[in-house]
Every structure is written in structure tokens, then in C-alpha cells.
Design a protein. Structure first.
Length: 229
């Protein structure tokens, strides 16, 4: 628009043409510079860029309310038992000579357990279809296992006591034998010494038993899972 001013003024009269032409010539660069500066400082035109859609809210993981599993460890002969209560989980591995307790959690059918006293020991399994399937590592060795769901008297049992000033901790796994009766395996530690344990009464597995001269009362998993967690 600055350049149109001089053109219109020149047609009105020759007398003013020279003066206004000079003035316009001088003023035009400044006007253009001001316009350019204003354009440079002006905010960019509004863009119709859609706001990012909010990510869907994360769904809380599903947790198993209650389940018990028990079965044999492949290639080892040991038994393994796992119990889950509202996402909290414990496990026990025993072949009568080597034993290991585990604790951890379950979410969306995935089980992750770590050794309670055995550094590096782990249990990883998928739970579903009426079984726990995965692997267990103890003492630097690793084995696969498949443990179906079980019901009492099958399952995991534990007893504790103080014997001659040392803590006794005993564990048992009871698993039903398809041919009748039950498989059992157990072990106990008095301090750090491994001692033998008697079998549990399969008809009444929480009945008192004698371990290393001390009478102890085994508990089923519901009696100690919270304590171990």
C-alpha cells in the first residue's frame, strides 16, 4: 500500500510530484522494513493440529485369589509345591536332601519367585489351564516342572520350633498318587544342619509330629503364607 500513495499523488499535480515522490522514495523502505519486522514478530497462523489422544487407562493386573499346585520336577525326582493367595505366592522345592523356600508374586498368570535363604534360587512359571508350568533353579542347577492344581490334603506344609536354642524349620510337600495314596517328601533344618523328618499323616497332615526330638505341629499354607511374605 505504501507504493500506491506516490502513484496517485503524481496524477493530482506536477508541482507536488517531485516532493512527494522523493518523500515516498525515502519513506517506502522504512515502511517495508516495519512491515517485514511486524510479520516476523507476528505469531504463526493457528494450525489445526489435533491434540494427542489420551492413552487408555492401564488395566489393573488380574490376580489369582487362591490356588495350590504340586508336582514332580523333571530330571530330578524332587517335588515342588506352589501356593497363591490374592497375588502373593510362596513355593517349596525338596528332594529329601536339598530344599529351598521361595516367595514372590503372581499377576496375570505370571509367577515370579525368589529364594528366601538360597541366593540365586528362582521359580518362574505360567499359571493357567489347571497347572503351573515353568522352571526352578537351585544351587546353580535348573529344571523344568509341570505341577497341576491340588486340593487338601495335597499341598504345602511347614512347622517351626526352637530346639536346643536353635531354630527348627521343617517343610513337607504332599501330592496325590494317581495309583492311590500320596507321595510325600520333606526336610528340616536345625540351625544350618539338615535333619530328617517323619511323613505326615495324609488323613490329618496337621497332626503333631516329632522332628529331631521336638514335637512340632505342621501348618498348611494358609497358616504361614502371610508370615513368609
Amino acid at each position: 500500500m505504501s507504493r500506491l500513495g506516490p502513484v496517485i499523488t503524481l496524477t493530482a499535480g506536477a508541482v507536488l510530484a517531485l516532493g512527494l515522490g522523493v518523500a515516498s522514495t525515502i519513506a517506502t523502505p522504512a515502511a517495508e522494513e516495519t512491515a517485514a519486522s511486524t510479520a516476523a514478530e507476528a505469531p504463526p497462523a493457528e494450525q489445526n493440529t489435533a491434540a494427542p489422544e489420551p492413552s487408555p487407562s492401564q488395566t489393573a493386573p488380574k490376580r489369582i485369589a487362591k490356588a495350590d499346585y504340586g508336582g514332580r520336577v523333571k530330571g530330578n525326582g524332587a517335588l515342588i509345591a506352589i501356593s497363591v493367595r490374592n497375588g502373593k505366592a510362596i513355593g517349596y522345592f525338596c528332594d529329601g536332601k536339598t530344599e529351598a523356600w521361595f516367595k514372590g508374586s503372581e499377576a496375570d498368570g505370571e509367577l515370579q519367585l525368589k529364594g528366601v535363604a538360597n541366593a540365586g534360587s528362582k521359580v518362574t512359571a505360567e499359571l493357567g489351564g489347571g497347572r503351573a508350568e515353568g522352571w526352578v533353579s537351585v544351587g546353580g542347577k535348573k529344571w523344568d516342572f509341570t505341577a497341576p492344581t491340588v486340593v487338601k490334603p495335597s499341598g504345602l506344609y511347614r512347622a517351626t520350633a526352637i530346639v536346643r536354642g536353635a531354630k527348627l524349620r521343617a517343610g513337607w510337600i504332599v501330592v496325590k498318587n494317581p495309583n492311590g495314596g500320596y507321595y510325600q517328601v520333606g526336610a528340616a533344618l536345625v540351625g544350618e544342619e539338615l535333619v530328617g523328618v517323619p511323613p505326615l499323616d495324609s488323613a490329618q497332615p496337621t497332626a503333631p509330629v516329632t522332628v529331631d526330638g521336638a514335637t512340632v505341629t505342621p501348618q498348611d499354607v494358609d497358616g504361614f503364607i502371610e508370615e513368609m511374605q
